[in-house]
Design a protein around this ligand. Structure first.
Ligand SMILES: O=P(O)(O)OC[C@@]1(O)O[C@H](CO)[C@@H](O)[C@@H]1O
Length: 402
């Protein structure tokens, strides 16, 4: 352990009772032919390693480690973390069933999370020294934020339209996922509409009154986080929420996932923009200062498990929120379990275990989906498009009664 810092205490204490998947739940999604996991394993992951290597003046040890990781993923057996890793014991326990096997044999949700941990190891992110806490994805995050325009509502529309526009902007902000830069297919070219829309349920939960404390589990930095911040400002400013907790990642993950450093970059971006955007920044910074907007970066958000395995402290936290808004594709995979659900399986059924009211705002970027009605499903399937994985389609789903 000498010379290295621990990326977080064990985020997976025994799951609270009642969170287990039902015995008849379908299989975890893997990396089989035609599946999205295989494309990520074969195309996105090696490209990402090469790009990270090429964009940084890494030394020979880091370059060797990145090349070895690419090799291992393509044709080798999954290795544990190196001897000196502070969290080695934890990952050894978690990965006991997987280490020594080809990456393609390991469930998609698990291996992809572990991949990001291994990438950080290869670039010496947790090792005190010249590369300590240097974000390997900062190059792309900064470039994306530089070009981001901020559309603060002009307060000329009816309030209901305005808040709905903010909700939708937060949803479609999820298209700005820098992971798309590293796939053969590229990013979504257009917006194909919503496959499910529980927007009215979301507002009914927030309008119900009481001392509302809303949780927002962030996904990507940059444009998506900017849109989330405008929504959060609206909730706080209008009094729809007395308090908001914004959950960020404790360290870089899934390329563009938002960390506290990315939040600070967004706030600076707002401060530097014209007009109302700067006022939003002032209000948000003020509410962070007073504790009305609280930041958290729990280690569980970088763990390779679905929310069925969340530790007791996080379960207690979500259980106490008026509504938890889960942003993005990965949070959706973790919320419903990255399982081969029939798409018409009700969202409320698969999220019944979650300890409080919960909503998902997601553009569809991987195979899993629930809560799509049969007519919508058959017309989407008949369209012949890649609606499940291309990010062109979105959803708002909610379960507000517990
Ligand atoms: O959570 P996000 O940012 O919306 O999406 C993450 C994502 O790009 O990563 C995975 C592939 O690498 C997919 O599950 C998903 O499309």
């Amino acid at each position: 352990m000498a010379g290295r810092t621990d990326p977080g205490s064990d985020p997976r204490e025994p799951a609270a009772p009642g969170f287990a998947l039902p015995p008849d739940a379908p299989e975890p999604l893997g990396n089989g032919p035609g599946g999205y996991g295989r494309r990520v394993l074969r195309e996105r992951t090696p490209t990402l390693i090469t790009e990270v290597r090429d964009r940084h003046p890494y030394g020979p040890g880091q370059r060797r480690a990145l090349d070895a990781l690419r090799e291992e993923i393509a044709s080798g057996a999954m290795r544990p973390l190196g001897e000196g890793a502070p969290d080695r014991a934890r990952w050894d326990r978690w990965g006991a069933a997987y280490f020594g096997r080809p990456w393609a044999d390991v469930p998609f949700l698990w291996w992809e999370s572990y991949f990001y941990r291994r990438l950080l190891e290869a670039v010496e992110f947790f090792t005190p020294g010249p590369w300590f806490w240097v974000d390997p994805f900062e190059y792309w995050k900064t470039a994306e934020l530089r070009d981001a325009t901020v559309a603060v509502p002009a307060h000329r529309r009816p309030a209901a339209d305005e808040r709905q526009a903010l909700l939708l902007a937060s949803l479609w902000g999820n298209q700005a996922d820098l992971g798309f830069l590293f796939g053969a297919a590229g990013g979504p070219a257009a917006s194909g509409g919503l496959v499910a829309d529980d927007g009215a349920l979301v507002w009914s939960a927030l309008d119900a009154g009481g001392p509302d404390h809303v949780a927002v589990v962030a996904d990507n930095a940059g444009r998506e986080l900017l849109a989330d911040l405008l929504l959060i400002d609206h909730l706080l400013h209008t009094g729809l929420a007395a308090r908001v907790t914004l959950h960020l990642k404790p360290h870089p993950y899934y390329v563009s996932d938002a960390t506290t450093a990315d939040l600070v970059a967004c706030l600076r971006h707002l401060a530097a923009a014209d007009g109302e955007a700067a006022a939003v920044e002032r209000r948000l910074s003020e509410t962070i200062g007073t504790g009305r907007l609280r930041l958290r970066a729990h280690a569980f958000f970088c763990a390779p498990w679905s929310y069925h395995h969340m530790p007791a402290d996080l379960a207690e936290e979500f259980g106490g929120r008026t509504l938890t808004i889960m942003k993005g594709d990965l949070n959706y995979r973790r919320l419903v379990g990255d399982l081969a659900w029939p798409p018409t399986t009700p969202f409320a059924e698969v999220t019944a275990y979650f300890p409080g009211p919960v909503a998902a705002l997601r553009t569809l970027k991987s195979d899993v989906v629930t809560g799509v009605d049969a007519a919508t499903l058959s017309s989407l399937d008949a369209s012949g498009g890649d609606w499940r994985t291309s990010g062109t389609h979105g959803l708002i789903q909610a379960r507000v009664s517990t």
